[in-house]
Write a protein that binds this ligand. Structure first.
Ligand code: FAD
Length: 428
């Protein structure tokens, strides 16, 4: 049986960033995951705290300044376990990991205010530079460009909603017929359009259609489809030809910025010497005498046992597959059978308001952990000293209430990395 120093289960934002940091610290790491998790759904921006209270219409300016008020209202939130130092450390580590691969901008104590797909304001700490160009803290006129072929992106609706909020931004809409090879297609996804934007001829046609109409506007916004692997070149080329700042606006899934981030972090991990297994489902794990002994991976022919000194469980919540449910109101953690804090009355899982700013109660359910991020039993007793739980799987990690998704992933990943490195480094 292969022996690793750490096995990380899950390749969402949490698992990827934890695995990259451990591999860069020269640890022998295996990262195993069934799929990409929520990255392909998310905007690619890292929210630390966007609204406090969660139903406040006013976005938070400085997430750290509002953190204690937020935590006083959310006694189960994972920020209690990670603490402000790890929020800062997690964001710093993230910027360090993507440096030279993706241009991310921002700091932990100031929110960008980004225009969202329907014109709502999205407060976030770290954003791809292409999105940060759309910051609504900067006043003035902007033109929002869309394509008839692109699914679920409506510039007219978006600009109407933006203008009604009287943010000091005057937005106008322009909807184009996309040039070939997208022309005439219906319900094109953001990833298809992003691939088209990598073709110089496609961009040339778009520039031709936008340039004159863009006169008099300070900047031009596009859906977040400005390339995948060649994103930096696509953005620079458009800005140069249009002669003004260009920005991206998050789309409905699948998310091109999320895809770029997944690819970039995978590269960082492999370059640091990590071993990656995407498409592998971990079916179970054995805990004996307070330690995980092994996990088993589903392969075509058999269940393959794998063992390590430490294990990071970053399998996400309901979206990622880290929590399973049935119609009887059961919710469980499928690999180790860890206790899950959840309401056994399934009728209480959902609020009457579908798009509640508090998120749905079901998003609060998850695995409880102590300050070492070890999973704990009902009475608070740790269950396995070499098993660390992080990210959306943790109880209270409701990413919608207050908008803390990326912050929880990065902060708890940083906290786990610290635990593992201090645990395995003998004190001098
Ligand atoms: C629609 C949507 C939009 C969002 N938008 C934003 C946003 O704009 N900004 C923001 O900050 N946050 C956003 N979030 C929240 C944020 O994306 C998540 O909180 C965060 O990414 C969670 O990351 P994670 O790594 O903990 O879990 P996930 O991303 O869910 O990853 C879980 C991983 O575990 C793997 N896995 C699960 N079970 C197994 C198994 N048995 N064996 C092997 N692998 C397994 C999955 O395949 C996946 O790789 C959004 C979330 C959603 C759902």
């Amino acid at each position: 049986m292969s022996k690793y120093e750490t096995i990380v289960i899950g390749a969402g934002l949490t698992g990827l960033t934890a695995a990259c940091q451990l591999a860069r610290a020269n640890k022998k790491v295996l990262l195993v995951a069934q799929g990409m998790g929520a990255l392909l759904l998310s905007s690619g921006a890292m929210d630390v705290l966007g609204f406090q209270p969660a139903d406040s219409p006013a976005p938070v300016d400085n997430p750290l300044a509002k953190l204690s008020d937020f935590l006083a209202e959310k006694p189960e939130h994972p920020y209690h376990l990670a603490g402000p130092d790890n929020i800062r450390a997690g964001l710093t580590a993230f910027l360090e990991l993507v440096r030279g691969k993706l241009d991310y901008r921002g700091v932990v104590d100031r929110n960008w205010l980004l225009p969202g797909a329907v014109g709502a304001v999205h407060p976030t700490c770290l954003a791809p530079a292409s999105m940060a160009n759309g910051d609504l803290n900067v006043r003035g006129r902007m033109l929002i460009v869309g394509f008839k072929e692109l699914r679920d992106f409506y510039p007219a609706l978006m600009t109407q909603n933006l203008n009604e909020q009287k943010l000091g931004v005057q937005a106008a809409a322009l909807t184009l017929d996309a040039p070939a090879p997208v022309a005439g297609k219906m319900n094109v996804t953001p990833l298809e359009l992003a691939a088209a934007f990598e073709q110089p001829q496609f961009r040339q046609q778009v520039v031709r259609a936008v340039k004159n109409k863009g006169r008099g506007y300070g900047r031009i916004g596009f859906p977040a489809v400005l390339g995948l692997a060649q994103h930096a070149d696509v953005l620079a080329d458009l800005q140069q030809r249009l002669g003004k700042p260009v920005f991206e606006i998050s789309t409905l899934p699948p998310s091109a910025p999320g895809r770029r981030l997944f690819e970039a972090l995978q590269k960082v991990f492999l370059e640091a010497g990590g071993r990656l297994l995407i498409g592998g489902k971990v079916v179970d794990g054995i805990i004996e005498n307070g330690r995980v002994r092994q996990i088993r991976l589903e392969t075509a022919s058999r269940l393959k046992p794998l063992a390590a000194e430490n294990y990071v469980l970053a399998t996400g919540g309901i979206f990622g597959g880290g929590l399973q449910t049935d119609d009887q109101g059961r919710m469980w953690e499928p690999i180790f059978g860890l206790p899950v804090r959840a309401n056994p009355d399934r009728h209480q899982w959902f609020a009457p308001q579908f798009l509640s700013p508090q998120g749905q109660p079901v998003f609060d359910y998850g695995v409880r952990a102590n300050r070492r991020l070890n999973p704990v039993a009902e009475d608070g007793a740790p269950l396995a000293e070499n098993l660390f739980v992080a990210g959306a799987l943790l109880a209270g990690a409701n990413w919608i209430a207050g908008r803390t998704g990326g912050g929880v992933a990065l902060a708890t990943a940083a906290a786990v990395v610290k635990q593992i490195l201090s645990y395995s480094e003998p004190s001098l």
